[in-house]
Write a protein that binds this ligand. Structure first.
Ligand code: CP
Ligand code: NVA
Length: 316
């Protein structure tokens, strides 16, 4: 028997219809946290961190417990991951112990390599390139606030080359959202991610706009999103990650140019006074606490969905 596995390494690993299914399930699980318990037993999920985390760690560990399972939460540095063993071999071995692996790491290629050996779903809990679990929570939050995702206008301000910008672009257009990335020169999204997002946008009818003008970028936006100007691992990259970013701060003046009912999202942790002001983060248009909560519901829905996708096919 060969096991066909569905991984979630980047946002476009889910088709538009699959993403919608996961988001529907997330809403169900928010109302009834114990509605689906596919990990009863308990079955295990490996949750590995090579970078710091608060939300991702708590939400996955609690979510797995609510699904009847056991989370093996480990710091990657205490494993053999950073040593000689290949990532594909690690994937092979972990597949014998747990039903899924959730991994926060550096380069996207590391996730891809582990997936080549794994016979269980591998979930990207943040890489340098993508943060797709966060974007599922963001989409759930936008559904709660706006009802329909298709046709919404979302503007992300800040580092257009980071994991959040990339995932919002890819996951946003998958949902039919028109995505604008407003970033300083030199901090634009990677060309290959823009190409992937344009391909997905062609399927859903969504648009992608790249701009260096934050004022123009927010006009008419239904949602403004930002993130740290310095992502984990970029602390010593020698780039000026403050000066060029100041005009991209979400403050009350910039927010006033968006739709009057615009909501503000931030994956957190926030650097108050840098990418967003206290006034906006703590203000009536901020939905960041619901967004943080929705990590729990969206990730449970994702795990339920991925585990259901595992199908057995006769080996040729
Ligand atoms: N938003 C997010 O992923 O937060 P953590 O880094 O705390 O997990
Ligand atoms: N872009 C940020 C997101 C943190 C959740 C980082 O990678 O550090």
């Amino acid at each position: 028997m060969t096991t066909v596995v569905k991984h979630f390494l980047r946002d476009d690993d889910l088709t538009p219809a699959q993403q919608a299914e996961v988001l529907e399930l997330a809403a169900i699980l928010k109302k009834d946290p114990f509605a689906r318990r596919p990990l009863e037993g308990p079955r295990g999920v490996g949750v590995i961190f090579e970078k710091n985390s608060t939300r991702t760690r708590f939400s996955f560990e609690m979510g797995i417990a609510q699904m009847g399972g056991h989370a093996v939460v480990v710091d990657g540095r205490s494993t053999q991951l950073g040593r000689e063993e290949t990532l594909a071999d690690t994937g092979r071995v972990l597949s014998r112990y747990v039903d899924a692996v959730v991994w926060r790491t550096f380069g996207q290629k590391r996730l891809e390599q582990m997936a080549t050996g794994a016979t269980i779903p591998i979930v990207n809990a943040l890489s340098d390139e993508f943060h797709p679990c966060q974007v599922l929570a963001d989409l759930q939050t936008l559904i709660e606030q706006k009802g329909e995702l298709k046709g919404l206008k979302l503007t992300y301000l800040g580092d257009g080359a980071n994991n959040m910008a990339h995932s919002l672009m890819l996951g946003g257009v998958t949902a039919g959202i028109d995505v604008t990335i407003a970033s300083p020169a030199g901090f634009e999204p990677a060309d290959w991610v823009v190409a992937a997002a344009r391909a997905r946008a062609a399927e859903t009818g969504a648009t992608i706009t790249l701009t260096q003008d934050p004022q123009a970028g927010v006009v008419g936006a239904d949602a403004l999103v930002t993130d740290t100007w310095t992502s984990m691992g970029q602390e010593n990259d020698g780039l000026d990650r403050v000066g060029p970013f100041r005009p991209f701060q979400i403050n009350k003046e910039l927010l006033a140019k968006a739709d009057p009912k615009a909501v503000v999202l931030h994956c957190l942790p926030a650097h108050r006074g840098e990418e967003v002001t206290d006034e906006v983060l703590d203000g009536p248009q901020s939905v960041v606490w619901d967004e943080a909560e929705n990590r729990l519901h969206a990730q449970k829905a994702l795990l339920v969905w991925l585990l259901e996708q595992r199908t057995q096919l006769d080996q040729a």
